[in-house]
Write a protein that binds this ligand. Structure first.
Ligand code: FES
Ligand SMILES: [Fe+2]
Length: 352
């Protein structure tokens, strides 16, 4: 399988960079990240060009990584800046690959392709993470042994919530919602609305600490951008008022391929209520982690096991249901983008 290279992937939660370095495989490339003394984040290939050992087995020396075997040192661009036993001519030959990285919305975003094309404006907006006046947020990470597109499918088809996550969102039965799917440019939207229904507050474990309304309007709007960057804006509000007066929980689901059949799942959630109650933040993070690791994760991993090493789900001739519209649309866009990149075409893909 070919990965899309000229695109932004999330490589780490920003807080992970409090450690001297973080090593992670992304699209089959082992990468080590570290924070420079000026606060910027560097990402370079985690493989010493001398004996091919991980540079992450070495140590930080100032703004460089010193290989733990014979001491070659590399800066954040991947240039060899110290070869203690050799003259300078070896240094020029010894560089490793450097990657363009941007820190935004509390995540580290990495561009896996040509760094000259890495435009930070292309990072989808998760501004709620920075709006601390209006939102309190939590973040986490889950590893899944499944292809990244299986996770996008899962998030674009929320008809699974009623069955796989019983009780997590009271009143979440897909049949009761109106679903509108649309494409704008290369962005896919799957918008769910539910008009005027009743929520029994006692049956909302996720918001059990909230004295919320019971006679409500609800929404679950998903926005997908390539390659697996999803914003899911869930909310409910008193019937007769607007979403701005309601209980909103915008979520980020940022899926990065590790290999063809495994993924890094970076997630984050915000809320507009009980902003200063840390127990609610802890409960939201614990609930998300449990849901992904004991409900969605096992289902996605079972799906991947059935597919073996295959990554193209649609080639297995699945039954396509109504709720699959957005997922299939996103897969088609990915196919087109990967094909365009492989053929060297940088033409914009025409919206259908
Ligand atoms: S293996 Fe890195 S310096 Fe020798
Ligand atoms: Fe789920």
């Amino acid at each position: 399988m070919t990965f899309l290279k000229n695109t932004w992937y999330v490589a780490a939660n920003a807080s992970e960079l409090d450690e001297p370095m973080v090593s992670r495989k992304i699209c089959n490339e082992q990468i080590v990240m570290f924070r420079n003394s000026d606060g910027s984040v560097a990402a370079i290939q985690d493989r010493c060009p001398h004996r091919f050992v991980p540079l992450s087995m070495g140590k930080r020396v100032g703004d460089t990584l010193q290989c733990g075997y014979h001491g070659l040192a590399f800066d954040g661009t991947g240039a060899c800046v110290d070869a203690p036993h050799d003259d300078d001519s070896q240094k020029a030959r010894a560089c490793v690959k450097g990657y363009a990285v941007v820190e935004r919305h509390k995540w580290i975003w990495i561009w896996m392709g040509n760094a000259a094309e890495a435009n930070p404006d292309l990072i989808p907006d998760f501004g709620f993470f920075d709006d601390t006046e209006k939102f309190t947020c939590c973040q986490g990470y889950t590893h899944m042994n499944g292809n990244y597109q299986l996770i996008s499918d899962n998030l674009l088809d929320l008809s699974h919530i009623h069955y796989l996550h019983p009780g997590v969102h009271e009143g979440s039965n897909f049949e009761d919602f109106t679903n509108k799917v649309k494409r704008e440019g290369d962005t896919v939207y799957s918008m769910l609305y539910r008009h005027h229904y009743h929520i029994d507050a006692a049956k909302r474990p996720m918001y059990g600490m909230v004295e919320g309304p019971e006679d409500v309007e609800g929404q679950g709007h998903a926005r997908w951008d390539a390659p697996g960057v999803l914003f899911v804006d869930t909310a409910f509000w008193d019937h007769g008022t607007t979403i701005d007066d309601g209980y909103r929980t915008p979520n980020a689901h940022l899926i990065t391929p590790e290999t063809e059949t495994s993924s890094h799942y970076f997630w984050g959630s915000g809320r507009t209520f009980m902003l200063d109650v840390p127990q609610v933040t802890e409960m939201a993070a614990a609930t998300m982690k449990t849901v992904f690791e004991t409900q969605d994760g096992p289902m996605i991993e079972a799906q991947q096991r059935d597919m073996g090493t295959s990554t193209d789900f649609l080639k297995h001739n699945p039954i396509i249901l109504k709720a699959d519209a957005a997922g299939v649309m996103a897969r088609r866009i990915m196919q087109q983008k990967i094909k365009a990149e492989a053929s060297g075409s940088d033409l914009a893909i025409a919206a259908e």
